[in-house]
Design a protein around this ligand. Sequence first.
Ligand code: ADP
Ligand code: MG
Length: 323
Amino acid sequence: MTTTPEFSIIQRYFEKLTPQRDDVKLGIGDDCALLQCPPDHVLAVSIDTLVEGVHFFADVDVKSLGHKSLAVGLSDLAAMGAKPAWFTLALSLPEIDDGWLSNFSQGLAALANEYDIQLVGGDTTRGPLTISIQVHGFVKPKLALRRDGAKLGDYIYVTGTLGDAGAALQLKLQQLHAASLSTGDIDYLEQRLQQPAPRITIGQQLQGLASSAIDISDGLLADLGHILDKSHVGAELDLEKLPLSPALMKMEKETAVQLALTSGDDYELCFTISPENSKNIERLLAEQCQCIGIINDESGNINTKQDGKKIELKGKGYDHFVG
Ligand code: ADP
Ligand code: MG
């Protein structure tokens, strides 16, 4: 029997890479995987593609790339309140590079182990470096966190801190000066860009409590905007409340706030919740979340204030403070 390179790549790097779950009746190696969904749950499914030169630099740390390729999908599951179960991987590679495959698969495996998600199939082709991962998770249909449930008077929360990944990207592109930052700060920001932590646990804690949720991949204004559009409501944000990391706090305030509002890739969650339920969530999540505003009836609009004064936003972007 001849072994095709594709076949040996799959065997060597992917077949036994991730946790082997009981609900996988047939995994890698046949035409399809056979998967068992638990009763009373639906599948939450999402796919993301990362293209070299578009979504990551050619000199990226490859282990981190393996992590991030899966993390972005897990973040979508988190935003739905779904529990990760399986994923598939479509890899397009310009050449077979064992060093690359080894590092990539290690990064992937570490995160897959953390969330008990199994690689159950995929496709391997030759072409420009492109990674597509489709994730599958379980959620009870009534408990799924959708974008269309925000209600008038709900509080708006975000998890973690905002703007870190965007700061790392701008530092890399030399659009930002690092003068005030220590090497520790820069390492922290880099880590936030390259190895985002999907908020899976928080997503599940929000079930039955939050009225809507989304993960922040394109920036707070853009992603909160999706909740507002789907829910036919508006928002008022208090810029003083935006959670900023110690690294961002060292930057010029205007720059930090701009990054927190508009830069993507943080993979934190933004959610809305009734004032009654917010007490529960503050008890559950404590310092992992921060209330940044309130839902109003100005459909599709985001108003912002700082120190009690109204601040003007230009379009979906944030240009400067207007006194
Ligand atoms: P087919 O030609 O029938 O689509 P393939 O030769 O592409 O089958 O794949 C053989 C098996 O290996 C399938 O089970 C497929 O899901 C799996 N597979 C292929 N590429 C990957 C990959 N990059 N990661 C995980 N599984 C893969
Ligand atoms: Mg195939």
